[in-house]
Write a protein that binds this ligand. Structure first.
Ligand code: CNA
Length: 241
């Protein structure tokens, strides 16, 4: 790990010199907003006894146990009171300064947009978008709490536009992400265990100058990074942006 002040100055210098920064992030970006991650020290995989979130958040489970799916979804994935933290705000500032070209996120919480970021590529979708599985009608916002399983007026079940386990990622979002990674000169990867594919595999498209990883626990990609930081991402980005 490179948490020394010398490494921080080097990172700062790279940000200042960069022309096209891309940020690739995950659940750890939002823990400082009070949203638990999956695999971090106090993540849901560690604390959820019984069924794994991977099973509950699968397409098969959604189809066969919609009531239980929605109960878990409301309890664990909807955080209507969460606010952007220093990491979201710092990245938004970098975009306003025309330094940051894109945020590629595995998060579904909409906090980058709430912080003002415009070019946000949501690899796993968003809790703010839903559609009817029968007629295809779109519904914006979080699902109503009145119905255990939300239904459309046509009688069809409503599904969040969140990519569940067993489902494919949106082709267009993937293509755009690859384009931004291929044209970036600095890639900042943060708050992700880099254990979920295909998101983690996107790193191989980056061929720019510097790769920086900010994650509280080690990742399988640390050996290829020019700098690795383990301090909370909000604290570090606030210092550097
Ligand atoms: P993950 O596998 O839970 O990894 C998160 C990583 O972040 C862990 O390695 C932690 O050590 C690290 N971390 C936690 N807090 C911080 C912090 N403050 N600073 C630096 N590092 C920190 O999550 P991934 O995103 O890698 O996995 C992808 C899953 C998680 C996607 O399918 C997401 O949809 C899903 N998820 C999203 C949210 C959200 O939208 N906020 C919340 C929980 C899970």
């Amino acid at each position: 790990m490179n948490d020394s002040s010398q490494s921080v100055s080097e990172f700062l210098q790279w940000i200042q010199n960069a022309k096209s920064i891309v940020f690739l992030g995950g659940a750890g970006v939002s823990t400082e907003s009070g949203i638990p991650d999956f695999r971090g020290e106090s993540g849901q995989f560690v604390h959820n006894g019984g069924r794994s979130p991977e099973e509950i958040l699968s397409h098969t489970y959604f189809q066969t146990h919609p009531k239980q799916f929605y109960q878990y979804y409301r309890e664990h994935l909807l955080h209507p009171d969460a606010k952007p933290n220093s990491a979201h705000l710092a990245l938004s500032k970098l975009e306003q300064q025309s330094k940051l070209a894109a945020i590629i996120t595995q998060n579904i919480d909409g906090l980058h947009q709430a912080a003002g970021s415009k070019n946000v590529l949501e690899l796993h979708g968003s809790v703010f978008k839903n559609h009817c599985m029968r007629c295809g009608k779109s519904f914006d916002g979080m699902p109503s709490l009145r119905q255990e399983v939300p239904h459309c007026s046509c009688g069809g079940m409503i599904k969040p536009n969140v990519v569940l386990y067993e489902e494919a990622l949106d082709e267009q979002v993937l293509r755009k992400s690859i384009h931004f990674l291929q044209t970036a000169d600095l890639l900042i990867v943060g708050g992700t265990s880099l254990k979920v594919y295909p998101a983690a595999g996107l790193l191989r498209y980056f061929c720019g100058e510097h790769l920086v990883i900010i994650n509280q626990t080690p990742t399988p990609f640390d050996q290829w990074a020019d700098l690795c930081f383990s301090q909370p991402i909000g604290e570090l980005l606030k210092e550097c942006c």
